[in-house]
Write a protein that binds this ligand. Structure first.
Ligand SMILES: NC(=O)C1=CN([C@@H]2O[C@H](COP(=O)(O)OP(=O)(O)OC[C@H]3O[C@@H](n4cnc5c(N)ncnc54)[C@H](OP(=O)(O)O)[C@@H]3O)[C@@H](O)[C@H]2O)C=CC1
Ligand SMILES: O=C(O)CCC(=O)C(=O)O
Ligand SMILES: [Mg+2]
Length: 742
């Protein structure tokens, strides 16, 4: 019997959480005899809400703080965590989740929009910790290594996904600001000695307001501050609305209101305020009374309308209709239901939305559900150029060809909440004009910025140890692949200039002989990588945190159709492993289809890849040879799964997520039966393979019979366990075999 070793499998939200009901029993069954414990921890949005309010709940409802526990574990060498994508909740989503839990009998407090009393402030601060990207920064105690495995590239070459055509006269384009944005205002400082800094606003009349009393800093870390001018942003949006109308293209805005949970909802709210200005000004008093907040999207207006007198409601609705006539057409999220891209801040998320637009020939959906050329507004200049360069290239050279194109894997800096990722508690909307300063404990001013009322000011931190680790990871990947590694850094940005100095310094710690390592601005690096992609060549992108996020959807979506098929590893700096599944999100649309049609199109390939990497890590760190056998055979099974094209299809009648898991189990059992390295496993799984092979037709019949009708799972954010298990495991024959594996 091998030593017991532990893998933590996270329970999250939406489609990946549903898929887990079907996949996890297979994973547990296959690993049990090898002394591997697969434990679960609930880090779903609902789970995190429940665990934050024990004082409001009955004892039977309380659950522990799993996220905090895993955050702690991630800093220890024994960590081996499989992390599925989770919801990064916008306020509308957070409120919906609270409502659902209240309806299920959890006596949770409402989210206080405005907290006046101490009790309200306490509740709001607990909820605000759960909001947005609250999970990933806690677990990501390492940098990121994301790539499309060769088997996945080969699959795309054999079964290329559809790519929209491009023509030189496409009107699609990206619009960004030319001044007054974060890019233009960035200032940076290198911290000499460990200590703390204070962030303070000095108003024009000399009054001082402390924005943040104390932020710990380490020696060698980079801090930077930048400002988004409200006035510059407002004029920019006005000009873009007029330009979209003049050019007759769809107006769309692409932000990351989830991950950038403080700055981007405010930028989104500014766009909503400008686009709907006439109505919002005319009815300002009524809407204020109703509690409408533009940062929550125009959907919030429709929700709040119900609380207003019937005649006001009707007047606002009529004026909204008239406003749409005078504005450019908006890109839609769901044209059938009339949901525009300005309805909810978390519906259009730049990392996934821009690649989708580029795949669709630079088009988005109009109100009639037709594809139209779109203006993509990405206000800040730091990364907008990446997309414009890609669009220009498509206009010139046509769409990319998944059959012949190369690959752009990513090595991303993200550990210890690097860069913009960790800026939330240091992002402020400025209450009065003045100067913001960042001073050290001796009173020395490190950074200083002039600000106006309503501006967004933000400070980022990038610690030195993660930068060193990131450079090392980049060199290792370049060495392992022989592929050029490009650091995407812009010497004209104050922050990037500091990083460039560190990169040049730390590269000297490594043998880079024979490696092609270069530093280019994001725009240059995009063009360089795209030129190579078109020649079938690979190029490693080595980037900061935001580009890590953007590029690991952009290139996978173009290359292999979805970022779900990415291998996504986070070698934790303390020696453990965090194995993320895919690079994309939690696919809310998939849940809707499952509930309506009993068909789940979620592809768990990312989970298969993460599990194999996790088992391999376990085998190597605990000297458990069985884990290595399981990893190797799982890789073989995944290869066969791709060869045999057993990924879920998109429509009822085809194989769905559950059927795809059956095939993974079958191929894994066959691979275990075929190997000779471990006789016990061979013997055990020979009979499992035989049973699954023999029952293939019957199992498929049972799985198919479960499709094509609505399914009850008793909740969206917190589905009922028994109902969901029943829905996700509908084949008694498959269940009997899996549950009998001891
Ligand atoms: N690591 C994490 O925890 C991440 C979490 N998120 C969160 O996920 C939610 C949704 O984000 P969104 O930007 O819409 O991104 P998603 O990646 O969930 O959705 C975009 C589209 O990608 C396709 N897709 C993604 N994953 C899969 C998969 N496994 N199998 C098949 N298709 C897939 C689907 O296309 P189609 O429907 O056309 O099949 C889907 O509609 C948000 O709450 C966001 O914050 C987002 C990114 C990462
Ligand atoms: O943490 C989040 O909100 C999203 C993360 C994400 O999109 C990514 O890591 O690719
Ligand atoms: Mg992403």
């Amino acid at each position: 019997m091998a030593t017991t070793s532990k893998i933590i499998y996270t329970l999250t939200d939406e489609a990946p959480a549903l898929a887990t009901y079907s996949l996890l029993p297979i994973v547990k069954a296959f690993t049990r005899s090898s002394g591997i414990d697969v434990e679960t921890r609930d880090i779903s949005l609902a789970g995190r809400i429940i665990s934050a309010f024990p004082d409001f709940l009955d004892d039977s409802q309380k659950i522990g703080a799993a996220l905090a526990e895993l955050g702690e574990l991630a800093t220890k060498p024994e960590a081996n965590i499989i992390k599925l994508p989770n919801i990064s909740a916008s306020i509308p989503q957070l409120k919906a989740a609270i409502k659902e839990l209240q309806d299920q009998g959890y006596k949770l407090p409402n989210y206080p929009d405005e907290a006046k009393t101490d009790a309200d402030k306490d509740v709001k601060s607990r909820y605000d910790k759960i909001k947005g990207s609250a999970v990933n920064p806690v677990l990501r105690e390492g940098n990121s290594d994301r790539r499309a495995p060769l088997s996945v590239k080969n699959y795309a070459r054999k079964h290329p996904h559809k790519m929209g055509a491009w023509s030189a006269d496409s009107k699609a384009h990206v619009a960004h600001m030319d001044q007054g944005d974060f890019y233009g205002s960035e200032k940076s400082a290198l911290i000499a000695d460990a200590g703390a800094v204070k962030i303070e606003l000095t108003a024009a009349d000399g009054t001082k307001t402390v924005l943040k009393e104390k932020t710990a800093v380490k020696a060698g870390e980079i801090i930077d501050a930048s400002v988004m001018s409200k006035q510059a942003l407002t004029s920019f949006i006005e000009a873009q609305i007029a330009d979209a109308k003049a050019k007759n293209v769809l107006f769309s805005v692409h932000l990351k209101a989830t991950m950038m949970k403080v700055s981007d909802p405010i930028i989104f709210g500014t766009v909503v305020s400008v686009f709907y200005k006439d109505v919002l000004t005319k009815y300002a008093d009524a809407l204020k009374q109703a509690g409408f907040d533009p940062n929550n999207g125009i959907g919030d207006l429709y929700a709040k309308l119900k609380s207003l007198p019937a005649d006001t409601q009707a007047a606002i609705e009529a004026d909204m209709k008239a406003l749409y006539e005078s504005r450019p057409q908006l890109a839609m999220v769901n044209s059938d239901k009339g949901i525009t891209s300005l309805h909810v801040p978390s519906d259009v998320i730049v990392d996934a939305s821009m690649p989708a637009m580029i795949r669709e020939s630079g088009k988005m959906w109009d109100a009639e559900g037709k594809l139209q050329d779109a203006k993509a507004v990405i206000p800040d200049r730091c990364y907008a150029g990446v997309y414009q360069t890609t669009i220009d290239d498509c206009k010139k050279n046509g769409p990319f060809d998944p059959v012949t194109m190369g690959s752009v894997p990513n090595v991303g800096l993200m550990a210890q909440a690097a860069e913009e990722y960790g800026s939330h508690d240091k992002t402020f909307q400025i209450p009065t004009a003045g100067t913001v300063t960042v001073t050290d404990t001796s009173g020395k001013v490190l950074l200083e910025q002039k600000v106006q009322e309503g501006d967004l000011w933000r400070m980022c931190q990038t610690k030195d140890a993660p930068v060193q680790d990131w450079v090392k990871l980049a060199v290792n990947r370049a060495r392992a692949t022989g592929v050029p590694a490009i650091f995407w850094l812009d010497k004209n940005r104050a922050h990037d200039a500091q990083i460039i100095a560190k990169v040049n310094h730390y590269l000297k710690d490594h043998d880079t002989n024979g490696l092609d390592i270069q530093i280019m601005s994001p725009v240059e690096a995009t063009q360089f990588s795209i030129d190579r992609i078109r020649q079938g060549k690979d190029t490693i992108s080595v980037t900061g945190n935001v580009l890590r996020d953007y590029l690991t959807d952009l290139f996978p979506i173009l290359e292999v159709g979805t970022s779900a098929k990415m291998l996504s590893i986070v070698p934790l700096m303390a020696g453990g492993g965090l194995f993320e599944t895919g690079a994309g999100g939690s696919a809310p649309k998939h849940v809707q289809q499952f509930v309506e049609e009993g068909f789940l199109r979620w592809d768990s390939l990312g989970e298969f890849l993460a599990l194999a990497a996790s088992l391999e890590h376990l085998g190597n760190t605990y000297g458990n040879p069985k884990a290595n056998v399981l990893a190797k055979t799982l890789d073989q099974a995944t290869g066969k799964f791709l060869d045999e094209d057993k990924s879920p299809s998109r429509k009822v009648g085809g194989l769905d997520n559950r059927g795809s898991h059956f095939y993974l189990g079958l191929y894994w059992a066959q691979a275990l039966a075929a190997q000779t390295e471990d006789k016990e496993l061979q013997q055990q799984f020979t009979s499992v393979a035989r049973e699954l092979e023999g029952n293939e037709a019957k199992i498929l019949e049972e799985l198919t019979a479960a499709q094509g009708k609505p399914v009850q799972i008793g909740g969206y954010y917190r589905p009922d366990t028994a109902l969901t298990e029943k829905a996700m495991r509908p084949s008694t024959t498959l269940n009997a075999t899996i549950d009998a594996v001891k």
